[in-house]
Design a protein around this ligand. Structure first.
Ligand code: ZN
Length: 168
């Protein structure tokens, strides 16, 4: 009986103490709030940044062309190195997908899914190395609407394309 009372007293005591000393936010809460704020600001500025970049490009097209003509080797060397970096690889891949007509809200998410995919999402087989030295991993999308469908192996990709052709 004695221990029981002691037990409840202890709970009560801890409750009062923890409320009394409770800070507005715990470290974890603060961290989550900070992340959320960062995310919002990133999204907000992302649009602005793209806009600025477009404007800058329009205003400096000629200058850039001239710079390129005068520094061709340097520029090409820079791009060659850039393409080897993680960001370079990502942007390069995403550009190829955009060029092939893929339309999604978030290319980065799709890229991460593609990067982390170890087996075909359609037939469940692991990807094989092609003769050219890379995995037969494809991004499968509807070629009419641009809608993303799956990350799959080259053979499933071929089948889907065949079915699309059949439908036409
Ligand atoms: Zn497959």
């Amino acid at each position: 009986m004695k221990t029981e009372i002691y037990h409840y007293l202890k709970i009560e005591f801890n409750f009062i103490i923890s409320n009394y000393y409770k800070m507005p936010y715990t470290e974890e809460e603060k961290r989550l709030r900070r992340n959320e704020a960062n995310r919002k600001s990133y999204q907000k500025h992302k649009e602005k940044r793209l806009e600025n970049r477009k404007e800058y490009y329009q205003n400096n097209k000629e200058k850039q062309k001239e710079y390129y003509e005068n520094n061709k080797e340097k520029v090409l060397e820079y791009y060659k190195e850039y393409k080897q970096t993680e960001n370079g690889k990502r942007n390069n891949k995403i550009s190829t997908w955009k060029y092939s007509g893929l339309i999604v809200d978030d290319y980065d998410t799709i890229y991460d899914r593609w990067l982390n995919s170890v087996k075909c999402e359609m037939c469940d087989k692991e990807y094989k190395m092609t003769k050219k030295g890379y995995l037969d991993k494809c991004l499968e999308h509807n070629h009419t609407t641009g809608e993303f469908r799956s990350i799959c192996c080259i053979s499933c990709n071929g089948k889907m394309r065949y079915l699309d052709e059949e439908k036409k």
